[in-house]
Design a protein around this ligand. Structure first.
Ligand code: AHR
Length: 521
């Protein structure tokens, strides 16, 4: 009988140890009382290029296809994309943009001229998916179009006419042509890329040459009616801060001319540890996993340093940093066209997506849009298609899970975490971000990069009286788990029960190689 009080004391000590004083190496402070910036929903934008089956087969099947479609656009793909709240789609490239002549993609489809897609597999492009089809896709998705104009092999007149064709309702030849092609009312186009990778496939220009071209083109891309274009300048190579400086200097110096015309500056950065040996998307070791995550974390440095250059000229952050191409780039799947960039997508890609989104959230004062490459069937895709079948990738589920952060107030965080070690190298084991939505709910997203160890986290949310926590998790049994055609999904979102909230302190047990989003209310 004497044992009973003793057992009660031991039990109480254990509970208090778990709840209060258990040493936890990982700590997160969420400053819910210090929100300043909004996480633009456009961080959740996509990129869809005329590349492989990114458009043809992936989005566009044509009106006569047995695959259910609306005016030629796949219903299953649209339905899935609507669930992740795609904010904008960038089109038609990429490198393809600088050999695309928009007039080839309007009018009766049977009359549209064909071309060879020299960048991507040398296949015949029949232009059956053109301006009207793309704008229809955006309308079906309820998202904004981001049109990337051809500066490399086009002309100012051609690009200016495209803007007029899309957005003008005036008495002019382009409006008349649009009406003749069946679209009475002009569309609204908010975002316009003035060339793509102009240092390379977009024309092999120097920064100063492009800066002049940018000013010239931008000046002639007019706002019609109530439309207001946010023009996006092409950036240089990922680490070319001199290019950023040249464009920003030009922007500053032509005060009154270029300034009102430019709203964004583009950064492209792909997660590729070794461009000569990209490696398999599915068959990889832990050392490859580590190298991929280490490479993807460099996004933080790139965003910070490009932002610092932009700050020198634009301290009020009128120009957004637009990361309009990012994501994993691995070897194509065996047996597929090397020019089609078709790759599978595993839990590793999901972690890469979460890490990058956390970085973009942190820098949302400057990062105003990002477009993952690419939406369907190309590189780090949301969706893979095979005939009438579709697969939702692990990356898709991260975008779904993280959609709660769209247009929410970014909450600054302090994260202290254990290292994830591989040989002599280390990475932070955790990556996180937090926001408060318009209903006052706080969302905290955390990725555990360590593929082996569970990480316990103590999290304090300052400035909130939330008393309930719920969550969702994405993980799988293996690092290279993926979703495949005709098989049950291996990587998806599931309810998460590893978080407790007591006296304002969250304790979270993050499974190895996982992504968790918690909701505190
Ligand atoms: O996304 C594939 C290609 O990568 C794009 O066409 C180009 O802009 C980049 O180099």
């Amino acid at each position: 009988m004497k044992l009973k009080p003793f057992l009660i004391i031991v039990a109480l000590l254990c509970i208090s140890n778990v709840l209060v004083s258990q040493p936890v190496a990982n700590t997160l402070i969420v400053h819910a009382d210090a929100a300043n910036d909004t996480i633009s929903k456009y961080i959740y934008s996509q990129f869809a290029e005329h590349l492989g089956h990114g458009i043809y087969g992936g989005v566009w099947v044509g009106e006569d296809s047995p695959i259910p479609n609306t005016r030629g656009i796949r219903n299953d793909v649209v339905d899935a994309l609507k669930k992740i709240k795609v904010a904008a789609v960038r089109w038609p490239g990429g490198c393809f943009a600088d050999e695309y002549h928009w007039r080839d993609g309007i009018g009766p489809r049977a009359d549209r001229p064909k071309m060879v897609n020299t960048n991507w597999g040398g296949v015949v492009e029949d232009n059956s998916f053109g301006t009207h089809e793309f704008m229809d896709l955006c309308e079906q998705l309820g998202c904004e179009p981001v049109i990337c104009g051809n500066i490399g092999s086009g002309t100012v007149e051609e690009m200016a006419d495209w803007v007029q064709y899309l957005t003008s309702d005036g008495d002019n030849p382009m409006t008349a042509l649009r009406k003749k092609n069946g679209r009475e009312k002009p569309w609204k186009v908010k975002f316009w890329g003035v060339g793509n990778e102009t240092w390379g496939c977009g024309g092999i220009m120097t920064a100063d040459f492009y800066a002049n071209e940018l000013a010239r083109y931008s000046f002639f891309l007019k706002n019609y009616g109530g439309n207001s274009l946010t023009k996006i300048a092409s950036g240089g190579l990922p680490e070319d801060y001199g290019w950023t400086d040249a464009i920003m200097k030009k922007w500053k110096n032509v005060d009154g001319w270029l300034q009102p015309y430019l709203g964004g500056y583009s950064l492209h950065y792909y997660t590729v540890p070794d461009w000569n040996k990209k490696g398999s998307a599915t068959n990889f070791t832990e050392s490859d996993w580590f190298a991929t995550l280490s490479t993807t974390l460099k996004m933080e440095d790139l965003v910070t340093r490009h932002s610092a250059v932009m700050d020198q000229y634009d301290p009020h952050k009128r120009i957004g940093l637009i990361v309009d191409e990012w994501g994993d780039w691995f070897d194509v799947e065996p047996g597929t066209n090397p020019g089609f960039l078709y790759q599978q997508n595993t839990l590793r890609d999901a972690i890469v997506a979460a890490v990058n989104l956390n970085i973009f959230h942190k820098h949302c004062d400057r990062v105003k849009m990002t477009n993952i490459a690419q939406m369907v069937n190309v590189l780090q895709a949301m969706i893979l298609t095979k005939g009438k079948e579709i697969v939702l990738t692990p990356t898709y589920y991260v975008f779904k899970m993280y959609s709660v952060h769209q247009d929410a107030a970014m909450l600054p965080i302090d994260l202290q975490c254990e290292p994830y070690t591989s040989g002599k190298d280390t990475l932070p084991a955790l990556s996180a971000s937090a926001s408060r939505d318009k209903e006052g709910k706080i969302h905290i997203s955390i990725a555990n990069l360590d593929p082996v160890r569970t990480q316990n986290l103590r999290c304090e949310v300052k400035g909130t009286s939330g008393s309930k926590v719920a969550g969702e998790v994405i993980t799988a049994a293996t690092m290279n788990a993926y979703n495949d055609f005709g098989k049950p999904e291996e990587v998806t979102m599931k309810p998460f029960t590893g978080a407790q909230l007591h006296n304002g302190i969250l304790t979270v047990s993050l499974p190895a190689k996982s992504i968790v989003t918690l909701e505190v209310k």
